[in-house]
Write a protein that binds this ligand. Structure first.
Ligand SMILES: *[C@@H]1O[C@H](CO)[C@@H](O)[C@H](O)[C@H]1NC(C)=O
Ligand SMILES: *[C@@H]1O[C@H](CO)[C@@H](O)[C@H](O)[C@H]1NC(C)=O
Ligand SMILES: *[C@@H]1O[C@H](CO)[C@@H](O)[C@H](O)[C@H]1NC(C)=O
Ligand SMILES: *[C@@H]1O[C@H](CO)[C@@H](O)[C@H](O)[C@H]1NC(C)=O
Ligand SMILES: *[C@@H]1O[C@H](CO)[C@@H](O)[C@H](O)[C@H]1NC(C)=O
Length: 434
């Protein structure tokens, strides 16, 4: 191939990849039981066939490790993705300490060895961690969101991930970190932004209960969160890795959960970014959680709970009529207690072991995430466990209960950064896979 052809091919692939759309996929069901290949296959297939949509074929994961496996086997989301041609934004759980992080790397390498290019060609990025910085921040701590990781630890893990994939079939993969917009907005975390290829941002106006957060302000609050992340990104790509509005659940200050509100948030936030920004919605399916963010209900059917078509949405990203007034009344914060979907399947639970379900033991699960009156909180953290708070954890082994929830991700634009040759090999591999 002539280099000009290669460049053109790479450019067109880049633009195609920039249209990634997907959902977040935890490692557990809402009852806390682990997902296996058939479960992922079913969800990936529904996502690709949602009435009124097309192109929702990417999945963000929170851990590389299959829940319930005693030997840190790679997640069965991988064979499900291969079978359904689902692109993968991989996640390495980074809040459980060095040993469990090393196990994530071992599972990543095992997956490369086991599945080869059928797997690596689907990978659109790797997130080292998820909301780890949020969980060590005052609002995360107040929300009892579980164990997190500080910036130095994440930078160390990012470096070790780069070293681990060097020379493998994933050597060109772009590496990012996913966190709340509030964490990116904190300059004490700038070393993490410097270490990654792209920044993934999580934003939930619904949980921003110290602000005027009615659905009419959802678009503006989201835009503000995205703008603050861009301000911290130094020109690097920003991927929307989690956002959504619940179809049911408690009212958070002015934010009412409901299908009408969820549809408006989809129209205001998802539609303008489709095809323009890598977008991982929260979420496809979490029936049984409260609040519940799923676009499909308990039957996991391809008919969504509300119109996802964007047919008559104007698609302007700027604007946003809604002005978010930060009233900051603390009043609503009293609504504490569980602003996040605690307990249900994706709930993060801060158990150390949880994240990956593989368990190293320790139980200590801390409370589920719920953030209470914070400006922000994320619903389910990846870690998964569902849980309810306390936990006892026992030991080692295999089944630790918690599994991470699923993440999705992927962006493509960032693939073009960094080593061009490496990026190109990934792009070509992706192309071949198409
Ligand atoms: C969980 O992980 C954190 C972070 O590594 C660590 O400080 C804590 O001691 C661990 N808890 C248990 C019970 O192992
Ligand atoms: C800012 O980030 C640092 C490092 O992660 C953290 O220790 C601190 O609590 C954060 N501050 C706020 C206000 O979130
Ligand atoms: C949006 O589309 C629906 C059905 O396609 C239609 O009934 C409705 O009038 C449209 N709304 C606007 C503002 O165009
Ligand atoms: C808005 O964007 C969506 C998704 O790309 C598209 O389906 C829809 O037709 C667009 N609406 C308009 C009015 O351009
Ligand atoms: C939360 O909102 C209040 C009121 O607007 C603001 O003062 C505070 O800085 C916000 N905190 C974060 C972490 O964004």
């Amino acid at each position: 191939m002539r280099s000009s052809t290669v460049l053109a091919l790479a450019a067109s692939l880049s633009s195609a990849l920039a249209q990634l759309q997907g959902f977040n996929y935890g490692a557990t069901h809402t009852d806390g039981s682990f997902k296996f290949q058939a479960d992922y296959e079913k969800e990936f297939t529904v996502a690709q066939n949602l009435v009124g949509t097309e192109g929702w074929n990417a999945a963000r994961l929170y851990t590389m490790i299959q829940g319930g496996s005693s030997t840190n086997e790679p997640t069965q989301a991988i064979p499900a993705a291969i079978k359904t041609k689902t692109k993968l934004l991989l996640g390495l759980w980074a809040s459980a300490g060095q040993g469990p992080f090393d196990a994530e790397i071992i599972a990543l390498k095992a997956a490369i060895a086991q599945y080869g290019t059928a797997f690596t060609s689907l990978v659109v990025g790797i997130s080292v961690g998820s909301e780890d910085l949020y969980r060590v921040s005052p609002i995360g701590i107040a929300a009892k969101s579980g164990y997190g990781a500080n910036p130095d630890t994440l930078v160390k893990y990012i470096k070790s991930t780069r070293a681990a994939i060097s020379g493998t079939g994933l050597s060109g993969a772009s590496i990012g970190h996913v966190d709340t917009w509030t964490a990116w907005d904190n300059s004490s975390n700038s070393a993490v932004a410097s270490a990654v290829d792209w920044l993934g941002t999580d934003a939930y106006p619904y949980f921003q209960s110290t602000m005027s957060n009615g659905i009419g302000s959802g678009k503006a609050l989201f835009a503000e969160a995205l703008a603050k992340t861009h301000a911290a990104a130094g020109g690097k790509d920003v991927w929307i890795t989690e956002t959504g509005w619940p179809v049911s659940g408690p009212t958070q200050n002015l934010a009412i959960a409901g299908t009408n509100e969820a549809e408006k948030y989809w129209d205001d936030v998802a539609c303008p970014h489709i095809g323009k920004t890598n977008l991982f919605w929260y979420t496809l399916f979490d029936s049984g959680s409260s609040p519940s963010f799923g676009v499909v209900g308990s039957d996991l059917s391809t008919t969504p709970l509300y119109d996802l078509s964007c047919d008559n949405v104007s698609n302007t990203t700027s604007s946003s009529s809604a002005t978010a007034t930060k009233t900051g009344s603390g009043s609503s914060s009293s609504a504490t207690g569980g602003l996040t979907p605690s307990g249900m399947g994706n709930g993060v639970a801060g158990a150390n072991s949880t994240a990956s379900g593989f368990a190293t033991g320790t139980g200590s699960v801390s409370a589920p995430t719920g953030a209470a009156g914070n400006n922000y909180t994320s619903p389910a953290a990846p870690g998964g466990t569902s849980g309810s708070g306390s936990g006892s954890g026992s030991g080692s082994g295999s089944s630790a209960s918690a599994t991470p929830s699923t993440p999705i991700v992927g962006s493509s634009a960032s693939i073009m950064k960094g080593s061009f040759i490496a990026a190109l090999s990934v792009a070509v591999a992706a192309f071949v896979a198409l």
